[in-house]
Design a protein around this ligand. Sequence first.
Ligand code: SF4
Length: 306
Amino acid sequence: MQERYNSYSQYIRNTFGQRVQKISVDGGFTCPNRDGSKGRGGCTYCNNQTFNPAYTSAQKSITQQLNEGVAFFQKKYEAQLYLAYFQAYTNTYDTIERLEALYREALRHDKVIGLVISTRPDTISPQVVDLLQELAKDYYIVVEIGIESTLDRSLEHINRCHTYQDVIEAFDILKNKGIHLGGHLIIGLQGETVNDFIRHAEQISQLPIEFLKLHQLQIIKGTAMAKAYEASPERFNLLDVETYVNVVVSFVKHLRPDIILERFSSESPKDLLIAPNWGGLKNFEITEKIRKEMEHQNVWQGYSRT
Ligand code: SF4
């Protein structure tokens, strides 16, 4: 059946012809929004514990983390390819020598075919771009930038300590270098409306990205946002599942049709999640609801673009 949106699983099948699994690795990086160079305390929603599976720890070498990750996934699935996923904190924020050493250590692993590097837009220096461009000649390299919102007032409110212009500039120096580019966006930030979500889709469609991950705003224990939520929950307009599904469908209708939608939602560990409570629905169940709603409305990705 023809998908109504450009799906990541289809892209992986077409590109690699088999399963590709990301293994999270922790390179022991920090973040300019935590160490004081940009800000302190981090983004108000951020708790990096939500990113790290059990085998991931900066105390272990990258090789050991990859070995343990492969052992974990091999029990579930037989042969498959792996990408080392530098996910926690800001994975382009270190000396160029250390970045190169860690990236190359991951790429030396015999099961790893490439890297996914998650980062902030304001840490993409020309030296980082040169290094990634060099690696991209031989490996599959993805850079995933935290966009989170296209509205500066929202970015300020969540203490991102960068602007949307920083996002545009980061993609501008990364584009046309053989590096695969992706973005990450939060749907449901305080004060944002459906019109704002649609505006995000229109703005993001102008970026030179191949992939996009969406996730619902979640209140996670141990964050500044959790404190604000506990003090005044009425100031948050957390989306219930049905509203979220409809909002995502509207968003996708306004999104450039060639952007690959890698994820529609996020499942944070139960013991860390304060709200919203979606009754334990899994990501694939949310995806299925979005699929059904697109079918019901008879719409597809890019449907509302002029
Ligand atoms: S979300 Fe990313 S940029 Fe923000 S504080 Fe956490 S690690 Fe830093």
